[in-house]
Write a protein that binds this ligand. Sequence first.
Ligand code: CTP
Ligand code: MG
Length: 230
Amino acid sequence: MKQEELIALIPCAGTGERYGQIIPKQYSEINGKTILEHTLQPFINSKRINKIVLIAKASDTMIEAYQKLSAKIIIKKVGGDTRAQSVRNGLQAIKCQSNVWVLVHDAARCCLTEDLLNKLITEVSDDEVGGILAAPATDTVKYTIKNVAIEIDRTIPRERIYLAQTPQMFRYNTLLQALSLDNLTQITDEASAIEMLGLKVKVVESCISNIKVTNPIDRIIAEVLLKSEK
Ligand code: CTP
Ligand code: MG
């Protein structure tokens, strides 16, 4: 049976403000390689992924160097002001069939393993809508309100709390439709936009090791995780 085409779409147009370095965080190094190089590895290695689209800012001068890493890589310098805009612009910039699967993955989520990537693909390929990797919460979850201080409003049953990660896998046409909705300024992942269409997104159980490098402390965690994967 011929396998369906799968496209990875990696938004790389952020500045990494919380990470606190002068260069965008995807270009800073961990264990001798840039975060983006680590991030690309499972997609380059996976036989299931046919194309890898990198979405960078128009002014980005560092992204071209990544072309040589794999013949699967396509660079589109169409990044927007928000992540949702970057992904939407990236979708509009590529030519593909309208029902092709697209896996959107953060440039800064550099500890994804090929096993987790393949698990997502296997478990979502026969879903109607699509799905995401997410890790079950392990801490007790407090829903808070802010008065003079931050106070607990209530405790949320932990069994139902999953922390959304990437890749997030949806059909091209559904994703583009969702990301063309108004009021996307607050959303930080693709699933949120799909939910706004009223569709049900599948959760594929992941592991907290699939971290996103966000704050400076995450570099230390990623350093250890990347060493342990080797
Ligand atoms: N991203 C993007 N376009 C934007 C904003 C973010 O392509 N306008 C990308 C980032 O490059 C990153 C992913 O979305 O790969 C996840 O975003 P985040 O971790 O928030 O990265 P930054 O926005 O770069 O970091 P910060 O919010 O700390 O500035
Ligand atoms: Mg951001």
